[in-house]
Design a protein around this ligand. Structure first.
Ligand code: SF4
Ligand code: SF4
Length: 371
């Protein structure tokens, strides 16, 4: 199933993407975690230079029993979406797709699906095939994003610091995944590319052309571009604008492209998002968001349960929830209903994903060719 809006066909709905769909829930001002990003293991079978855990990777996992307790409390308290991600390759945590006693002889995905949670997985793609024959159907997942970063095996091996043969396995996995998904609605399937103008990675017109060709051949639902972490915010924004203008020149057929611009945490250093979204990982610890991963000082760590609070001293250089946070800080009670309505109507009528139209979206450049 897909939805049409003008010339745009989308398989991606707001129900699959976050944090904007916080608006769909009755979140009020009471701390309640609706979404959790689980980074279950900090080890990775690849070794990208930009990986934010590369400096503190200690091959640590969240223990299964901690994760079970956390996710059970999360589901019981009305939690909606779980994203498995890294630093670290989440699919190295095999209980995600294999049954364990701790999870009632189910895989973690199956356990969450049975408890009504949406699941997204962000992976380097090498172990994607492990999801194909599990105790859940691949179509029960909400989205899968593969951090591909390159359009050929030589560059992929260089950037991911891995063997050349990995690239074709990852591409095969994506193709098989698309075949299993067929023309069903879920999961939304995308690939992502880091952008690094300083090393000329995924930045020039020729490179974007190669990405466009690959995405069109694969027929993935979306391509995401993200700048590497940097202190040079202005140049990062200019760079993403340039990538955007290259993208606009090309025909992407039904593939959406998302170009995320660069934003740092708001000047008040206050974050209300941290009441509703949480990252967990690294030795069963809680963090306000993945960008503060590794910094435990923001939350008390005496229990490993989905409890959020307002963060009052975030001066992080990159914040992907800034737009939504600004609205929360603005106490947008009056506007909330109106925004919610826009979101609900759009889901009903065109099934859009919120990055495209929703006023709460993070800074992202218009993802389509101008009509
Ligand atoms: S694939 Fe992802 S988790 Fe693994 S090293 Fe690269 S950025 Fe880090
Ligand atoms: S970077 Fe800071 S402001 Fe942004 S979501 Fe994380 S804690 Fe909140």
């Amino acid at each position: 199933m897909s939805y049409k809006h003008g010339n745009i066909i989308s398989k991606i709905t707001a129900a699959q993407l976050i944090p904007e769909n916080l608006l769909l829930y009755d979140f009020g001002n009471t701390p309640q975690i609706f979404q959790v990003e689980v980074d279950p293991i900090d080890f990775c079978n690849h070794n990208c230079g930009w990986c934010f855990t590369s400096g503190f990777r200690k091959d640590k996992k969240i223990t299964l029993i901690d994760l079970k307790n956390y996710l059970t409390a999360f589901c019981n308290s009305g939690g909606k979406s779980v994203v498995f991600s890294g630093g670290g390759e989440p699919l190295l945590y095999q209980e995600i797709y294999s049954a364990s006693v701790e999870f009632e002889n189910k895989s973690i995905c199956k356990y969450l699906i049975d408890n009504g949670a949406s699941i997204g997985i962000i992976t380097n793609g090498y172990l994607l095939n492990k999801l194909f024959y599990s105790d859940f159907s691949i179509t029960d997942l909400a989205f899968i994003r593969v951090s591909l970063d390159a359009t050929n095996e030589v560059l992929h091996a260089k950037l991911h610091n891995t063997s050349k043969k990995d690239y074709s396995k990852v591409i095969n996995n994506i193709q098989t995944l698309l075949k299993f998904r067929s023309n069903l609605f879920t999961p939304a399937i995308g690939i992502s590319f880091v952008v690094d103008p300083f090393s000329n990675i995924n930045f020039s017109r020729e490179q974007i052309k190669d990405i466009n060709k690959l995405a069109s051949n694969l027929k993935v639902d979306f391509v995401q571009f993200k700048h590497i972490h940097t202190t040079k915010k202005e140049s990062a924004i200019a760079c993403m604008n340039s990538v955007h203008s290259h993208c606009l020149e090309m025909n992407w057929n039904d593939t959406e492209f998302w170009i995320q611009t660069y934003d740092s945490a708001n000047s008040s250093f206050q974050c209300l998002i941290s009441q509703h979204i949480q990252s967990v990982g690294n030795q069963s610890k809680k963090f306000p968001c993945c960008h503060l991963f590794g910094r435990t000082e923001f939350f008390e760590q005496d229990t490993f349960l989905p409890i959020g609070k307002i963060v009052t001293n975030c001066y992080n250089k990159v914040c992907r929830y800034n737009e939504m946070n600004k609205l929360l800080l603005d106490n947008f009670t009056n506007k909330k209903e109106a925004y919610k309505q826009v979101l609900e109507t759009s889901i009903k009528e065109v099934g859009f994903h919120p990055y495209r139209y929703c006023p709460t979206a993070p800074n992202i450049l218009e993802p389509f060719k101008s009509q």
